[in-house]
Each structure stands twice: as structure tokens, then as C-alpha cells.
Design a protein. Structure first.
Length: 136
């Protein structure tokens, strides 16, 4: 359940202005993000919200992280945890390759295995959703 909540919270970053459904690697529906940034899980329960500046808040309104406009990813303590390049390449804080977000929304890990789908979601946010666990 914690992983699903994290996943939905991170997906919220990508969807300000439109609603999207999100799916796991096995194509299971895991929830949606509403056009105002509200995140709902597969049971339609509220699990968080994203603010327009990239600030991520959980269901209790606590600040849990931020994605900067240049692809830099920071946790709640403002520590650098990684970056997503414009081509979808994802690197962690040590600059190690973590995976890639394909143009069709497929999320791949470092072994090139598909770990989920975030069609229509900006690459930066899809990467955070699937590849970083600092919000757990």
C-alpha cells in the first residue's frame, strides 16, 4: 500500500491541468490524478496533491519533496536525490544510470525492463514516480 501511495503521489506532479489514469507494469489500474492536482488511489481515496510550483504534499498536507523545472529532484530535506535529463535518462544522486522514460510513457529500469506506464506524463515526473523512493 505504501508503494502505491508513493506512486500516486509522484504521478500527481505530471498532471496539473488534466486528468490521467496510471497503470503498473502489469497494466493494473493504480489510480488517477485530477486536473487540480488531486491524487486518488484505485479506490478513489484522496492520497495527496501537487502545487503548481512542483511542491508535493501528502494527504496530511506535509511537504514531502519537489521537482525543479530543470529536472532536479529533491527530498523534503532539500537534499539532491537525482535528475532527469531532457531525453528521459534518469540518474541518481551518485550520477549512476537508474533508467529511462520512453516517449510513449513506458518507464524502464536500469536493466531495460518495463516497470510501468505513465502515458502523457512529463518524463521528469514519471521518473520520480517509479525510480526514486525518498518519499516513502
Amino acid at each position: 500500500m505504501k508503494k502505491i501511495l508513493f506512486t500516486l503521489l509522484m504521478l500527481c506532479l505530471s498532471t496539473l491541468g488534466y486528468s490521467q489514469t496510471m497503470r503498473s507494469a502489469s497494466n493494473s489500474y493504480i489510480g488517477k490524478i485530477e486536473n487540480d492536482g488531486t491524487i486518488r488511489n484505485a479506490n478513489n481515496a484522496y492520497v495527496g496533491k501537487i502545487e503548481r510550483d512542483g511542491t508535493i504534499r501528502n494527504a496530511g498536507n506535509a511537504y514531502v519533496g519537489k521537482i525543479e523545472s530543470n529536472g532536479t529532484i529533491r527530498n523534503a530535506g532539500n537534499a539532491y536525490v537525482g535528475k532527469v535529463e531532457s531525453d528521459g535518462t534518469v540518474r541518481n544522486a551518485s550520477n549512476a544510470y537508474v533508467g529511462k522514460i520512453e516517449n510513449d510513457g513506458t518507464v524502464r529500469n536500469a536493466s531495460n525492463a518495463s516497470i510501468g506506464s505513465a502515458r502523457g506524463v512529463p518524463k521528469t515526473y514519471a521518473a520520480v514516480l517509479f525510480m526514486f523512493d525518498f518519499l516513502k
